[in-house]
Design a protein around this ligand. Structure first.
Ligand code: T5A
Length: 213
């Protein structure tokens, strides 16, 4: 039987489609929180097993034939490991954990864009994370054209999901906005087309307003 997180720390996640600026904002937030020594993580990955799953999901030729169901379970497996090996102990120790993607990515990419029934996606997400949910999630909303322009030359090295269709990424953006509308108390939508420093200030203000700092 699993124990509850019973945590003292703070769990922040960042979401959004490719190139929306998550890594940039996480770096700026970590700089702003410097003295608090935030723990920075990314999904899939963040544990030795998770990094192998990440490679299979993104770059290994063996991943090319993955079905949507197998893909969902692999993301969930990486997350289940990350929660128990890293996130939960860190939160119990009172740390600030900042994660680049978490369960909302599965809800949107596998549930909405890959069209796996939402009740199946929600059930597997819940099994993977238990009660370990973000306290606050920042959704960086960006139109595809701007994201592609920012990512520029990366098309040469695009991973398996980055090679998906424009319809797929339209579904991702819509899926995120629908999810944020359903969970406004946790998910804050930010205009990711603004300059990085303005977005960073907004994030800090939101965290202060929510009483986290
Ligand atoms: N996935 C993941 C699922 O399908 N299901 C899941 O459950 C999970 C967890 C992970 C992939 O896995 C999928 C989703 C993804 O396809 P990844 O390699 O980890 O992919 O990469 P992404 O999460 O997609 O992140 P990216 O590296 O593509 O982009 P970021 O981190 O959002 O963007 P960032 O900060 O690197 O910025 C991109 C460029 O824009 C500039 C930056 O300098 C950089 O050059 N930039 C700005 N320019 C102007 N104004 C701003 N405000 C800017 N902010 C950043």
């Amino acid at each position: 039987m699993e124990t509850s997180t019973a945590r003292k720390g703070l769990f922040i996640s960042f979401e959004g489609s490719e190139g929306c600026g998550k890594s940039t904002q996480i770096r700026l937030l970590a700089e702003a929180l410097g003295g608090r020594d935030p723990l920075l993580l990314r999904e899939p990955g963040g544990t030795p097993a998770g990094e192998i799953i990440r490679h299979l999901l993104q770059h290994a030729p063996e991943g090319d034939a993955l079905t949507p169901e197998a893909e969902l379970l692999l993301f969930a497996a990486s997350r289940a490991q990350l929660v128990r090996e890293v996130i939960r102990p860190a939160l119990q120790a009172g740390r600030v954990v900042i994660c680049d993607r978490f369960l909302d990515s599965t809800t949107v990419y596998q549930g909405v864009a890959r069209r796996i029934p939402p009740e199946e996606t929600a059930r597997i997400n819940a099994f993977a994370v238990g009660d370990c949910l973000p306290d606050i999630t920042f959704l960086l909303d960006l139109d595809r054209a701007t994201a592609l322009a920012r990512l520029g030359g990366r098309s040469q090295s695009a991973d398996r999901i980055e090679r998906e269709s424009e319809e797929f990424f339209a579904a991702v953006r819509r899926g995120y906005l629908d999810l944020a509308a359903r969970e406004p108390q946790r998910i804050r939508v930010l205009d990711a087309s603004l300059p990085a420093e303005s977005i960073a200030s907004e994030i800090l203000a939101e965290l202060q307003q929510a009483g986290h700092f």
